[in-house]
Write a protein of this length. Structure first.
Length: 132
């Protein structure tokens, strides 16, 4: 029997609290939301760095990762389903790393100010009809 809560929401957590919730979420394959000031390093088929800004990180239950700005519907960084996640707190910064094996690439998202961390299990069995 799992003792995990269906919903966890931390408002203005410190890095240690955010690390604990993020580690639990990825290990239990929950949806994880982190909102705060972050920057992103991508290494793979190319190399890029996204400068700091307030953003929304979403890690979905299928192992996909999305980093969104406050406007627009497309993520500024993303990784497809099947990533392996590593979460650590270091030097008062939360680091969440998504690693993809094929092709070999990784996205590291660093948060130094965290507004919200939320871990949740979503239930979605709704059909999407192709026609009315």
């Amino acid at each position: 029997m799992s003792n995990s809560k269906p919903l966890t929401v931390l408002v203005s957590p410190n890095v240690a609290e955010a690390e604990k919730t993020a580690k639990e979420a990825v290990s239990q394959r929950k949806t994880l939301l982190v909102i705060g000031n972050c920057w992103v390093h991508y290494l793979g088929r190319a190399r890029s760095k996204l400068e700091p800004g307030e953003r929304i990180l979403i890690i979905k239950e299928d192992g996909s990762l999305l980093v969104h700005r406050s406007v627009g519907y497309e993520p500024v960084n993303w990784q497809p389903p099947g990533c392996i996640f590593h979460v650590q707190a270091k030097d008062n910064t939360l680091e969440i790393r998504a690693v993809r094996q094929k092709p070999r690439e990784s996205v590291k998202v660093f948060f130094d100010k965290i507004q919200i961390v939320s871990a949740l299990s979503l239930v979605d069995s709704g059909e999407f009809p192709s026609a009315y």
